[in-house]
Design a protein around this ligand. Structure first.
Ligand code: GLO
Length: 553
């Protein structure tokens, strides 16, 4: 079935780092409004806006104090309304982040909840007695340490799968669900076009909260709570009571999701959400019980995971396609090459590889410029509590040395994605007039939007072409997918098919020239897009990081 959200390309804005309009070093809504023509020029259809709600910013807005208020640092509700109107005028839709697995500990519900055991809000959160003087179970927080915090006031522990300042809501309480649905309707009635649902796969916790297998730091992964017993019941209820009343797009961030579960969350029958974010391809350069390594990705593993999801959801549910977001390091430094010689080629190759697949592609701010990881020097350069906590926990426990940990967080830290958007060569990369809340990547004089918009061969223009192609060719959106050469160590090649039409996508992940012959049936086809000029390409081989898309004629 055809749907607008299947034919769209989404652009994610992390507002703190996008553009600062009032010179306080923090991005804001006014800054986004200033850059809307840039986004229009890129050609994207939808914006996913990371949280802009009132928050004490323990986790940069993913800890919400008031769901119906805009964070002071970001602006006012009037400015938000203007943003929405300006976007709609440009025919761009707006999807908001919905963070309802937890609130801030400063949310009025939690302030009440922690007051006494018989407070009417007590049961809005998950409170338990300790076990033998210790935490109620071995669950770990995603941001290091135990997922339980002891509260002196009432002598019980509350659950927080993320930071201590992000207590988990108790979704088994019908009142909580009703409050959430009312809040969602309030935003939808304002005219927003959907929700990206933060860690939505974690909302239903298994009865009895049983221990889980321990990871490298001794705790069970926060993912023990993934795909709990009533999660589908709750999402179906949310769909009936809220989502089904609007023409919107919904995407669930589903950490720990399996194919079978995804087929339920994002089933084409439309009972729950439109699509899910799965993270298996983000684990190909990690260890099962530890993300902090600098292990390199092995291409056949990446192909196997991507193909599993491409084939596994075909005709059943819908994929979302991403290499980057505010939680991941920059893909060009991770799966491509950020040395100057190959940065642009590999950024374009990675974009081709992803954007030609079936699903809705997401572009994270700066990805369209081939922005890279950041040369952070010391632990003091980091702002992200995940990286900082992990650094301290794992070095203090003697699991890694400080040098090792620095190497790992430099490679994997979420802060790599959170340095300011690089607009031009002026001070602070044109992001702000004063020193930003986090350092600017020193490579901004070379890598910035202004330079790339002016140069036809830039990564920016390449993304623009890819987005335009998706809008023009149904085969890119709806074609089926078939992997070629599953074991080849350097080439990712696949075929898309729609009716009589066939499309060949070939991407080299190597910095060397590799031998490759185009399948006969595509020899006389038309090149739809490539990151090398016709004259530069050579029959029988692929140049370093070459990407080639051929439509059979
Ligand atoms: C991924 C989120 C992340 C938040 C977390 C807590 O897991 O996108 O940025 O820190 O979910 O809300």
């Amino acid at each position: 079935m055809k749907n607008w959200w299947k034919e769209s390309v989404v652009y994610q804005i992390y507002p703190r780092s996008f553009c600062d309009s009032n010179g306080d070093g923090i991005g804001d809504i006014g800054g986004i409004i200033k850059r809307l023509d840039y986004l229009k020029e890129l050609g994207i259809d939808v914006i996913w806006l990371s949280p802009v709600y009132d928050s004490p910013n323990d986790d940069n807005g993913y800890d919400i104090r008031d769901y119906r208020k805009i964070m002071n640092e970001f602006g006012t509700m009037e400015e938000f309304d203007r943003l929405l109107a300006e976007l709609h005028q440009r025919k761009i839709r707006l999807v908001m982040d919905l963070v309802v697995n937890h609130t801030s500990d400063e949310h009025s519900w939690f302030v009440e909840s922690r007051k006494s055991k018989d407070n009417p809000y007590r049961d809005y959160y998950i409170w338990r007695d300790g076990k033998d003087g210790k935490e109620p179970n071995n669950w770990g927080s995603c941001f290091s340490g135990s997922a339980w915090n002891y509260d002196e006031e009432t002598g019980q522990y509350y659950l927080h799968l993320f930071s201590k300042k992000q207590p988990d809501l108790n979704w088994d309480n019908k009142k909580v669900r009703t409050e959430v649905y009312d809040m969602m309707k309030w935003w939808l009635d304002k005219g927003i076009d959907g929700f990206r649902m933060d860690v939505i796969s974690l909302i239903s916790k298994e009865e009895g909260l049983p221990d889980g297998p321990a990871m490298i730091n001794g705790y069970a992964s926060f993912n023990v709570a993934a795909n709990g017993p009533r999660v589908h019941e709750y999402l179906q209820e949310m769909n009936r009571e809220v989502l089904s009343g609007y023409d919107i797009m919904t995407v669930g961030e589903c950490s720990g999701v399996t194919l079978e579960e995804a087929a339920k969350y994002a089933s084409s029958e439309g009972k729950e959400l439109n699509m899910v974010f799965q993270f298996e391809h983000m684990d190909v350069d990690g260890d099962p019980d530890n993300k902090w390594t600098d292990k390199k990705m092995h291409l056949p593993d990446l192909k196997a995971v991507m193909t599993k999801w491409q084939k596994g959801l075909e005709g059943i549910a819908w994929n979302s396609l991403f290499w980057n977001n505010h939680d991941q390091p920059r893909v060009v430094s991770r799966f491509g090459s950020d040395c100057e010689e190959y940065r642009e080629r590999s950024a374009k190759m990675l974009a081709t590889c992803l954007h030609m697949m079936q699903g809705t592609p997401y572009v994270y701010q700066g990805e369209e410029l081939g922005m890279t990881n950041v040369p952070f020097e010391t632990i003091r350069d980091f702002r992200d509590l995940d990286s900082i906590n992990a650094y301290h926990e794992l070095t203090e426990k003697g699991i890694f040395t400080r040098e090792e940990m620095m190497k790992y967080i430099r490679y994997k830290s979420r802060d790599n994605a959170r340095t300011p958007m690089q607009w031009d060569t002026s001070a602070y990369a044109g992001f702000s007039e004063s020193a930003p809340w986090i350092m600017v990547n020193p490579n901004y004089k070379r890598i910035n939007a202004k330079e790339q918009m002016e140069r036809e061969t830039s990564v920016f223009h390449y993304y623009k072409k890819l987005i335009a192609l998706r809008h023009k060719h149904d085969i890119i959106v709806y074609g089926s997918y078939e992997l070629l050469l599953p074991d080849h160590p350097h080439i990712y090649a696949y075929i898309r098919t729609l009716g009589e039409q066939k499309l060949l996508v070939v991407c080299s992940f190597s910095s060397q020239t590799v031998t490759y012959s185009i399948p006969k049936e595509f020899e006389s086809g038309t090149v739809m897009i490539s990151n090398y000029e016709t004259g530069e390409r050579k029959c029988g081989e692929l140049k370093p990081y070459e990407a080639l898309v051929i439509l059979q004629s």
